[in-house]
Design a protein around this ligand. Structure first.
Ligand SMILES: [Zn+2]
Length: 475
């Protein structure tokens, strides 16, 4: 009898498991159902993750904060140990955070990450031992709901997609440090909860034509600095390139050209903190933007992003101890530093030569505008040595102060300190402190607004050292 019950139990476990697998096999994404022609809408995307979370204890979906659209922001986590307490899991495992749909017209990452999560849950991809994957399925919810098929008309699919601006018409990839949107506030909340070791932000490029489907835009390694910058530049990036090539996915650095051809060389993009990877590198996170090439078919682009993310997970798993240690040491190193660089320029003494796979191009007069235009010829592919200017040097640095004193009325600044978990104390009594005080001597202002502001430039300040009395209540 006991044997029979045992057998029945085993049979049930097998058949239940098979049933579950069958059910999940049936969970196909919109991308798959449309043979790679379409991308999931906001509701379809969230619904898909809810279904996965119901079926698999390894997947958790939660709502964190709000967005300008009035809809909440979701975060979905995959952990083979089914533990979602980030304070605990971040101690022993690498956390990879994937951001999708910041520009919802560039939807490749949205669909690729849905496939990635399902295949991780089904163990089609070997579950990582030392990496937890978290994702924001669609960051720009408002833009995603503003669906159309004309705002990226020169992009080769999908059939329809969301709009670049968010519900406030802001470009969220310019808002990370200034935080004018609720989306950016919530991103900060997620970022400081998750404290990712590695960060991926998925995009689609515009501009030049070339043979590659995939391009990478790592955070600038000199700006990241020290051992961590070296690891990113000398180990992580080449390892990713080689691993992708092995599975027939060739990748090149982001082809950063504007009205120019790549064979004349190009420079690495400088990701200041208003951009996603610029913000994440402020906390010594290894950041990477993926830019697929807009002229390649949608199916191919999504498959490329999927392949890239699986390779990043492999690198994270293999190097998790090293990455943890390097990040820890970088945080410690900043405690000793005297100065902090703020502005950067290309270091013209160093370049990298890459064997670039491009297309021959010619300049001709446009029949539409009469102005010169570049025409690429796909019948004439080439591999040429191209100069890639990927070293930067700083042009301006500040002496790191012990602290800043903030007036009570500057509540916006205090608010930003709070959401970024930066410590501050409130003065409890009249206090005299020796300070260095800045005075703005002159500045110029842009004539046109930009992303909700009239930015200043050519700002000149003079500084004086003095003892000053501060009232209680200042931070
Ligand atoms: Zn983009």
């Amino acid at each position: 009898m006991r044997l029979l019950i045992g057998l029945l139990l085993i049979l049930c476990v097998f058949s239940c498991e098979t049933k579950k697998r069958k059910k999940i096999e049936q969970i196909k994404t919109v991308f798959e159902k449309s043979q790679g022609q379409e991308t999931a809408t906001y509701l379809e995307t969230i619904d898909f993750y809810i279904q996965l979370a119901k079926e698999f204890p390894e997947i958790n979906i939660q709502i964190i904060g709000s967005t300008d659209s009035g809809h909440p922001l979701h975060m979905v986590t995959f952990n083979p140990d089914a533990d979602f307490n980030f304070q605990k899991i971040g101690r022993n495992k690498n956390i990879l955070l994937i951001n999708n749909g910041i520009h919802p017209g560039e939807s490749d990452g949205i669909d690729a990450t849905m496939l990635l999560y399902r295949d991780l849950a089904l163990k089609k991809i070997a579950p990582p031992k030392h990496t937890v994957v978290a994702t924001i399925p669609i960051y720009n919810v408002g833009g995603s709901l503003n669906r159309n098929s004309t705002t990226r008309v020169n992009q080769n699919g999908p059939k329809s997609y969301g709009f670049r601006g968010n519900a406030k018409n802001y470009d969220l990839n310019r808002d990370f440090i200034k935080v004018d949107t609720k989306n950016a506030r919530t991103f900060a909340e997620i970022f400081h909860l998750v404290k990712p070791d590695i960060f991926i932000d998925n995009h689609v490029s515009n501009g030049a034509d070339y043979q590659y489907t995939l391009t990478h835009l790592f955070t600038q390694h000199n700006k990241l600095g020290g051992e961590l910058g070296n690891y990113l530049h000398r180990e992580m990036m080449p390892t990713l390139e080689k691993a992708l090539l092995k599975i027939d996915w060739d990748i090149t650095p982001y082809v950063n050209v504007f009205n120019a051809i790549p064979e004349n060389g190009f420079t690495q993009f400088m990701d200041y903190p208003r951009y996603s990877t610029g913000y994440t590198s402020l906390w010594n996170t290894l950041g990477l933007m993926v830019e697929t090439h807009m002229l390649k078919p949608y199916k191919q682009r999504v498959e490329g992003v999927y392949a890239l993310m699986t390779k990043i997970i492999e690198i994270s798993d293999r190097d998790y101890e090293k990455i943890k240690k390097l990040r820890e040491r970088t945080f410690e190193a900043f405690l000793e530093k005297q100065n902090y660089p703020l502005q950067w320029t290309i270091d013209s003494t160093k370049t990298t030569t890459i064997n670039f796979k491009g297309y021959e191009a010619e300049i001709m007069d446009s029949k539409v505008t009469g102005f010169p235009r570049i025409k690429y010829d796909r019948e004439r592919p080439y591999i040429k040595e191209v100069d890639y200017h990927n070293f930067y040097t700083y042009t301006h640095e500040i002496e790191i102060p012990k602290a800043y004193i903030i007036k009570k009325g500057w509540d916006k600044v205090i608010d930003l300190l709070a959401i970024n978990q930066i410590d501050y104390e409130i003065l409890k009594e009249d206090t005299t402190i020796a300070v260095e005080s800045y005075k703005i001597d002159s500045y110029e202002t842009y004539k046109n607004p930009y992303e909700g502001h009239y930015p200043h430039f050519n700002t000149k300040v003079s500084s004086t050292k003095k003892r000053k009395n501060f009232q209680p209540g200042m931070s």
